[in-house]
Design a protein around this ligand. Structure first.
Ligand SMILES: Cc1ncc(COP(=O)(O)O)c(C=O)c1O
Length: 280
């Protein structure tokens, strides 16, 4: 099932053409997006997702998204969903048609969660480390690279996942030129050592994850320590647990890294999932 609403709140048949062929979101990937998990009609981390949409839009110098408009069009999708307990709610915001009047294109789209994601949630994934091709010191110096924006230009991220599949893995951990760990193509790296949760800093050009944020919030309340600091690949290999967090994937266990089996984290995974779910 798919449910589609335009930014003005109009509900559309999801099979109706909506995007103009010269929309810069299509012809140049010039736009931003968010994917939000909805469970039993309730969007998770809606505020942080809308904050991040605004931050990404600012980085691309798009007109500031009007929060009330996005909340309204998301609500239209929520109100018209009858496709099961969970939904992936996508918010898409592009620079609009190249030969238009400058009005951005915006819509919300409700989709079912894919089979692959559901499988990964329960079985865990094998991951490979892949070069992302930049040094974190460039992030502040070259804002036009849009590192850390959730832009529609995700072709590189998808190519990395396809490459992982060619070597028998389902997930990627991007690594910077200085050897520091970045993020997954669509997820945040979370490492567990003892009773401490660690993740990598947004200053390294990664997206601040809303799922990681929710998990860390819950963990801190339950007495865990949390750290946001640069990590090395050997820290991932030596950790008590390695996980990838994202809205639709929730917290997925990495059982193998670069072909080497990691410690069995079945119990730890259950504990982290319980912490994360306690937020809702
Ligand atoms: C590059 C990247 N990093 C991290 C994440 C995880 O973010 P969130 O937990 O907010 O879904 C995503 C989400 O798709 C992503 O695309």
């Amino acid at each position: 099932m798919r449910v589609l609403a335009k930014l003005d709140g109009t509900l559309l048949d999801a099979d109706t053409p909506l995007i103009r062929v010269d929309d810069l979101g299509i012809t140049r990937g010039d736009g931003v997006f968010e994917t939000i998990l909805v469970v039993d009609g309730k969007p998770r981390e809606m505020g942080p997702h809308l904050d991040r949409l605004a931050r990404s839009a600012a980085m691309l110098e798009l007109p500031p998204p009007v929060r009330a408009d996005w909340e309204r069009c998301a609500q239209v999708v929520l109100d018209n969903w009858s496709g099961g307990a969970e939904m992936a709610l996508k918010l898409i915001y592009t620079r609009g048609p190249e030969f238009g009047d400058g009005t951005p294109t915006g819509y919300a789209l409700g989709l079912a969660i894919g089979e692959k994601v559901l499988r990964a949630r329960s079985t865990g994934v094998a991951a490979v480390t892949l070069d992302r091709g930049y040094d974190p010191e460039i992030v502040a110096r070259a804002p036009w690279l849009l590192l850390g924006a959730k832009s529609l230009s995700y072709a590189v991220n998808m190519a990395a996942l396809r490459h992982a599949e060619t070597v028998g893995a389902e997930e990627v951990v991007f690594v910077a030129a200085d050897g520091s760990v970045l993020e997954g193509p669509t997820s945040t790296v979370v490492v567990v050592t003892g009773r401490t949760l660690l993740t990598t800093p947004p200053s390294s050009g990664i997206l601040p994850g809303t799922t990681q944020g929710a998990l860390f919030r819950a963990a801190e309340r339950a007495g865990w320590a949390t750290k946001v600091e640069p990590l090395t690949v050997s820290q991932l290999q030596e950790a008590d647990g390695l996980f990838m967090a994202s809205s639709v994937r929730k917290i997925t266990r990495v059982h193998t890294l670069d072909g080497v089996a990691l410690p069995d984290t079945t119990a730890l995974h259950q504990e982290l999932i319980a912490l994360y779910e306690s937020e809702y």
